[in-house]
Design a protein around this ligand. Structure first.
Ligand SMILES: [Zn+2]
Length: 80
């Protein structure tokens, strides 16, 4: 496996971050809407798969993020 750099500075809204096997991240962030003020999302920065819940950061949401990070092989799009 090649060496990888784990970002030390997270975006302010990221509550939990899971590292995928290829170095992308799955980030858990608040994503409230008008009807769902406690909605949170887990979003993969590699393949952009997203899972939502409406009740805050639940164990189910973290489990999804953990499981996705263990299997996803999509690389994030280069920013430069
Ligand atoms: Zn993914």
């Amino acid at each position: 496996m090649t060496s990888q750099t784990i970002e030390t500075a997270w975006p302010a809204e990221v509550l939990f971050r899971f590292l995928t096997i290829v170095g992308a991240t799955v980030d858990v962030i608040p994503q409230p809407s008008q009807s769902l003020p406690h909605r949170h999302a887990a979003t993969c920065r590699g393949c952009e798969a997203t899972n939502f819940n409406a009740i805050g950061v639940s164990n189910d949401l973290k489990k999804w993020a953990q499981a996705h990070s263990e299997n996803c092989r999509a690389l994030p799009r280069p920013t430069a």
